[in-house]
Design a binder for this molecule. Structure first.
Ligand code: SF4
Length: 559
């Protein structure tokens, strides 16, 4: 462990290992509209961010909360979906936001509704524990229903890992389910989490499963990844990926995005031990003095893969086998109607920027509620912020299509190819870290990019576009073929050169581009793409082959 001075968050955790802080007392105080700064750090472990409406700070901040669920693999049964839908109406801003890690979050919850939202989720047999904070976050798994025999097996392993890495604090249930108003540090004096210890992890820890040839969970962007290996239709094990991550900080070279390394192969029955071993390497070797440099990816980069493998094997008590062959061919989701292997149907729906809402002419939230009430499908959230309705009886297909049509949603030809392949983080007005717009701006920008592609003779070209309002990279912009990262209001960094399989980091192309200049900057690039691309070559591959070497040559000339 680092010997440098521990950060303030480390001291907080050490002093309140139940993660209770004084949340219970503040929750019980009807006069308080917010929690203390220190408690706002503890709230994250409970799945809550204290925020304010940044559009409306006249007369002082108006505090509100983002509440994020924990939904391993992004799966909700119909009753849980309907609970989320109702709670968003009663206590949130009447929308549900699909996160880039297959969960739902509520925005705009005020303090008097906070307890009711979380109790409501728990009453529906789910929770929000560890949805944020310095712990294992929502574990991702491929959401598409069984199209081969190993899909459900991988989902079971996802659930097992999620359960094994869950913190055991009794304070969560005390506060949000039992409504205890006492000093919980006193009540649970001496509590120490058996896996995390007193100070939990130095920062967040992300895990994902992927099943080749589809890299729909962006597995290389995770601290811990499992690539399923199939043999003769059976799941025989996983290639283990470690040390991926997206976040960076502007003007801080100690921070950078990183693709995870494939370090070996494990059998399915080893998955819990291996997950705990990887997590405890982060726990014991992550940087606890500088939170910007505290992710597992920096341990990997600085100590090396061989060191990591040795450390892992010692903790797990067995040797990793050599990684097996695998091949990713694409990312993304399936849209429209598809058949499952069990004869039932599933329907993929594009959700623009992941926001389930009712808008003029497109009432997605109403349509989904009616479909779930009438047909009771399972709802699966995808890592690209879309939604699948699964396990549908073929007899219900036409009725579901009709409900969607009545609410302005077409099943065929949903949105443009560009819109479907895009992602944006929430950013303004709710996220306290946002430097620029993202969710509210990207759909319009994509329409402009679509028009620019049309003018260049590239109508219908699919380009993976992602935007975030700050360099933290919640929508994984550093893997996009075209990525935008907020620098300051109306100014973005532009990245190019990611690929369709999401296995390659992109490269900074322009450090500052004004919003109104983005299309002017992109058009000459699209023209070169049209003129110089190889047959069938995607935009990201063209940029990596032609433009990125030019950027690198120019940079080495400057040095
Ligand atoms: Fe907020 Fe930055 Fe994440 Fe966007 S990327 S949601 S602005 S922290």
């Amino acid at each position: 462990m680092s010997e440098a001075k521990p950060s303030h968050n480390e001291i907080l955790k050490e002093n309140s290992p139940t993660l209770a802080g004084t949340i219970a007392q503040t929750l019980a105080d009807p006069e308080a509209d917010k929690f203390s700064k220190d408690d706002s750090q503890f709230l994250k472990f409970h799945g809550i961010y204290q925020q304010d409406n940044r559009d409306d700070r006249k007369g002082g901040k108006k505090f509100m909360f983002m509440v994020r669920g924990r939904l391993p693999g992004g799966i909700l049964g119909p009753d849980l979906y309907l609970a989320y839908d109702r709670l968003a109406d009663e206590y949130g801003n009447q929308t549900l936001r699909i996160t880039s890690r297959q969960s739902f979050q509520f925005h705009g919850v005020i303090k008097s509704g906070l307890g009711k939202v979380i109790k409501g989720i728990n009453d529906a047999m789910a929770d929000t524990l560890a949805a944020c904070g310095d712990v294992s976050r929502n574990v991702m798994a491929p959401p598409t229903p069984a199209t081969n025999a190993i899909r459900e097996a991988a989902l079971e392993d996802c659930r097992a890992v999620s359960k094994a890495l869950l913190p055991g604090t009794p304070a969560y249930v005390d506060i949000w389910v039992e409504g205890v108003k006492l000093d919980l540090n006193e009540k649970h004096e001496g509590f120490e989490d058996p896996l995390y210890g007193k100070t939990y992890l130095p920062r967040k820890f992300k895990t994902a499963f992927a099943i080749p040839p589809l890299n729909d969970t962006d597995v290389f962007t995770n601290c811990l990844g499992y690539i399923a290996i199939e043999d003769g239709g059976e799941l025989v094990g996983y290639n283990l990926v470690v040390g991926g991550g997206q976040g960076r900080t502007h003007n801080n070279n100690k921070t950078y995005p990183r693709c995870g390394d494939v370090v070996g192969f494990i059998k399915p029955e080893q998955i819990v031990e291996v997950s705990k071993a990887v997590l405890t390497v982060h726990r014991d070797f992550g940087d606890r003095s500088d939170r910007k440099h505290a992710r597992l990816k920096y341990v990997l980069e600085e100590k090396g893969v061989d060191w990591f493998r040795g450390e892992l094997e010692q903790r797990a008590g067995f040797k990793l086998e050599a990684a097996r062959e695998y091949r990713f061919e694409k990312q993304g989701d399936l849209f429209g109607w598809h058949e499952q292997t069990d004869g039932k149907l599933f329907l993929g729906l594009h959700v623009s920027t992941g926001r389930v809402k009712d808008a003029a002419g497109r009432r997605l939230k109403t349509a989904l509620r009616r479909i779930v009430e009438d047909h009771r499908p399972e709802v699966r959230l995808t890592p690209s912020q879309n939604l699948l309705l699964t396990g549908i009886d073929p007899a219900g297909r036409d009725a579901i299509t009709a409900i969607l049509a009545e609410n302005g949603i077409a099943v065929e030809g949903q949105s443009s190819a560009l819109q479907r392949a895009s992602m944006a983080c929430p950013a303004l007005p709710t996220c306290g870290l946002a430097l620029a717009e993202s969710e509210r701006y990207l759909p319009d920008l994509i329409d402009q990019i679509d028009a620019a592609l049309g003018e260049t003779g590239l109508t219908g070209e699919e380009i993976v576009i992602r935007m975030t309002g700050c360099p933290n990279g919640c929508a994984r912009p550093y893997m996009a073929e075209l990525g935008f990262v907020g620098k300051s209001p109306k100014k973005y960094q532009v990245y190019i050169g990611g690929n369709e399989t999401s296995t390659r980091l992109n490269t900074l192309w322009k450090d500052v581009v004004l919003e109104e200049e983005i299309i002017n900057e992109l058009k000459p690039l699209f023209e070169r793409f049209k003129a110089e691309r190889n047959e069938g070559e995607r935009f990201g591959d063209f940029c990596a082959r032609v433009i990125v070497p030019e950027i690198e040559a120019a940079a080495s000339e400057e040095n």
